[in-house]
Design a protein around this ligand. Structure first.
Ligand code: BG6
Length: 511
């Protein structure tokens, strides 16, 4: 991980009038600017088809920035907006790059940050390929010269941030990687995943590798199974049309949750440095067993919410969703990692919309002690019978923290109860949660790829989920769980087959 200051550059956002730009990117950049974390010299050039000038674009962004940034004042906004420019162009059309190139040059000269460019693809995924091809043809990317020069640090750079969804399957992801690779070096491609910008996801590395007590236990000898959950209370809301094409496996598991799995399962990297960390994550994705289509059905449970306490409308009734849709809004998959550390330890990954509560966590359940020493006292003291195993929970959101469950003796009597060590991130460190996008964009400006996905990770994750995309696994799932529940019964059965059960905390329970 490089500690370098972010370099001067022009950030070119394709999809400038879209939702991602106004809700996430601009508020995040505006926050960074107010905290003086942006480079001294930078400019933003928004590109989209909507006809408008600089002033109208700034005005359009102002209300969103005021609403979604952590702080706002007219003075700060004026100073920030002065760096924001706009170019009305259809970047998917080859002819558009004359105007875009001129816009980059003007903005760069005005703010003394010309030459280095950070492209951001915040557009609909079908536009990725034409835009990448047009960037290539525009001559704006001079990668070859940079990598062959004697001192690569002194030459301008061009990088690209690519949003998810990164392809819809393995083949389309490969096609996209090849298109990117024809123009950019892998070192200049930033496949963004906002989960990697979450504090507790990064804290997984600190927990594992800045302490001695966890790592010796972090393997097949002591861990029985691992659960990774990302449950959301909300349904598909206004995103029905997009979601109906994607489904939970593509939307959450292939992207975010297999990244969390990789961080939880990777070997210690040789250095705290982007290439070393990514190398270890790649090895995990390569070791995930790719099961046959026949094996897939015994290893997953798919669901689609019906009406329930969380929503009076079923998924099929949501706007944009096809009437007879069999898209899954819930998926639980058992992954196996075939390496020395994890052989035989199931990793259960689940995600769902319209679930009982919002919860994103990694839960490691340890093996039982080799003998039940206290079971001889069971008759006199029933609590001395079989006890729940130790469990370590890393809560990523909403109550960021870590807890460890173990068994303790009740004072004054021979009774055993489960107790918890509980670390609450906000109570200990305070502070507001930081919007993941800001720090990730700064990392891209610095040239730090630690929290971005390598080509091989993306393709490895697609290979692992491909068997679970088979439509046959989704037949008849409509309404198989009620909005506001923990998912379909099949999901419980999936775990029960391995002698496990999901950690489904009650509303009051934090971790
Ligand atoms: C997005 C998915 O990538 O992540 C959404 O497309 C999902 O469907 C969102 O709601 C979840 O993100 P978070 O940060 O709220 O867990």
């Amino acid at each position: 991980m490089r500690a370098a200051a972010p370099g001067p550059c022009v950030l070119v956002i394709f999809g400038a009038s879209g939702d991602l730009t106004r809700r996430k990117l601009i508020p995040a950049l505006y926050d960074l600017f107010q905290r003086r974390q942006m480079p001294d010299r930078f400019a933003i050039l928004g590109v989209s088809r909507s006809p408008m000038g600089n002033d109208a674009f700034r005005e359009h962004l102002r209300e969103w920035a005021a609403k979604f940034a952590h702080s706002h004042s007219d003075e700060a906004w004026r100073a920030f907006a002065d760096r924001v420019h706009y170019c009305a162009a259809d970047a998917a059309e080859p002819g558009a790059f004359a105007a875009i190139g001129a816009g980059i040059e003007r903005a760069g000269e005005r703010h003394a940050c010309a030459s280095s460019i950070l492209f951001y693809l915040a557009v609909a995924p079908q536009l990725y390929l034409p835009i990448i091809d047009n960037i290539a043809a525009s001559g704006l990317v001079t990668e070859g010269k940079r990598w062959c020069s004697i001192n690569t640090e002194t030459l301008p750079w061009q990088r690209i941030i690519v949003e998810k969804p990164f392809g819809v399957d393995l083949e389309s992801a490969r096609t996209l990687n090849r298109a990117l690779g024809r123009t950019f070096e892998e070192e200049s491609i930033y496949r963004i995943d906002h989960y990697l910008g979450k504090e507790l996801v990064q804290n997984l590395l600190v927990l594992r590798f800045a302490n001695t007590i966890f790592e010796p236990l972090w393997n097949r000898r002591y861990i029985d199974h691992v659960q990774i959950t990302a449950a959301e209370e909300v349904g598909v809301e206004s995103r029905g049309a997009f979601y109906d094409e994607a489904g939970a496996v593509r939307d959450m598991i292939q992207s975010h949750l297999l990244q969390v799995l990789a961080l939880a399962a990777m070997e210690p990297p040789a250095r705290y440095e982007d290439t070393a960390i990514r190398r270890e994550k790649i090895k995990v994705t390569e070791a995930i067993r790719v099961v046959s289509p026949q094996e897939a059905s015994a290893r997953c449970a798919m669901g689609q919410y019906g009406a329930g306490p969380r929503s009076d409308k079923s998924y099929r009734e949501a706007r944009g969703v096809a009437p007879g849709s069999e898209t899954e809004t819930f998926a639980a998959i058992r992954f196996d990692i075939d390496n020395w550390r994890w052989s035989g330890v199931p990793f259960f990954v689940r995600t769902g919309k319209a679930m009982a509560r919002k919860l994103t966590e990694v839960a490691l359940t340890f093996r039982q002690p080799p003998i039940e020493l206290f079971s001889t006292l069971r008759e006199a003291h029933p609590s001395c019978g079989s006890r729940p195993p130790n469990r370590l929970i890393i809560n990523i959101q909403p109550e960021e923290g870590i807890s460890l469950r173990f068994e303790g003796k009740v004072p004054g009597e021979m009774r055993i109860e489960s107790v918890k060590l509980d670390f609450d991130y906000v109570a200990r460190f305070g502070g507001e949660p930081i919007e993941a996008y800001g720090p990730l964009i700064l990392d891209a400006m610095r040239g730090d790829q630690t929290l971005f996905k390598h080509r091989d990770e993306v393709e490895g994750a697609w290979s692992a989920v491909m068997p679970f995309l088979d439509p046959a696994l989704r037949r008849g799932i409509a309404g198989n769980y009620r909005a506001g529940s923990w998912g379909p019964r099949e999901s419980e059965i999936l775990l029960a087959r391995s002698g496990c059960s999901w950690h489904n905390p009650g509303i009051e329970e934090t971790r």
